[in-house]
Structure formats: structure tokens, C-alpha cells
Design a protein around this ligand. Sequence first.
Ligand code: CUA
Length: 187
Amino acid sequence: MTLQEDAHGGDIAERTEKRWATISIVIIVLLALLASFAGIHQATMPQARVETTDPARLHLSGEFVESNLGTAIGADGAITVRAIGQQYSFTPSCILVPAQTPVTLRATSADVVHGILIQGTNVNTMLVPGYVSEQFMRFERTGDYLMPCQEFCSFGHEGMWGKVKVIDKADFASRARNGGRLSCVGE
Ligand code: CUA
């Protein structure tokens, strides 16, 4: 090897090293941006924002009393589904929502750790006693979606299933006319 070739080789090594250093910095910056975006838009699972609730008093008062469970339409038209998981069912066992509408799911557990997963969607969150899990969802198509518990919660775990029924917007609006909380239990 001549001296010149050696110098040339060193050049290439230096350039390659700089290129890789730049690529790794770009990757780190992208990851940091992604993490910030997910955090700001509350898209991390579990949520970075912590909301607590008392699992022993869910049925007595507050947001998760039985009469407040199901689908609610706020004064501003915002749709919120409230549900609880307990060994071994969800209440309500059938969640009714309109299609093509943003929906907020708020849920918690009355006993042990459960999970809510809605088939064919990216809705998948744990229900931890003492904490409120909040997730945003939107269904484009009407139909029935299975909602199994996805966290092992003891003997009855595999029998813990619910359902989400997505109906037409107009249909939902007419059902909502009488006020109260909507669900599709028994349908
Ligand atoms: Cu509840 Cu598994």
C-alpha cells in the first residue's frame, strides 16, 4: 500500500463515520419528537396523566355509579362512554356508539386489573383499580365489535367479553333524544 492510498482510505473512514453520526443524531431527534407528540396528545398507553378513583366506592358516588355508566352526550355534543370492568364482566356489557364520531372512553376496574380491547381497532387499554383509563376512539363503519378482557384476571378471564355496537349517526341521535345513558344491553 502506498502512502497516498492510505490517506485516501482514512478520508473514506472519516466521511463514513460522520455520516453515521449524523444518521444516529437524526434518529434520536425523531424519537424525541415522537415521544413529545404522543405525550402532548395523550396518545401514550398507559396515560402520562394520572386520574384516580376509589374502587371500593365506585358504586356509591361519583362518575362511575351505575346510573352514569353507558354512553352520555354532553351539552356540547361530545360523546363519552363510561364503563367498569369487574370479575368477570363489563358494565355495560354492550356499548352503543355512533359511527364517524369521536368518542371518549373512560373506564376503570372495580376489583383487579382487567383490560379492554376492541377488535379491529387500536383501542386497547388496561383497567387498573384506583385509576381512570381514558382513550379516544372513532369507528368509521357500523357493526358489532367484540370487546374481550385482555388481561388475565383469574379463573373467569376467558369468559369476560363485551361488545361495542356501532350504529348510524342518525339512528343514534334518535335513540339519544330521550336523554339518559345509552347502551345496547339485551339487544
Ligand atoms: Cu377481566 Cu381478564
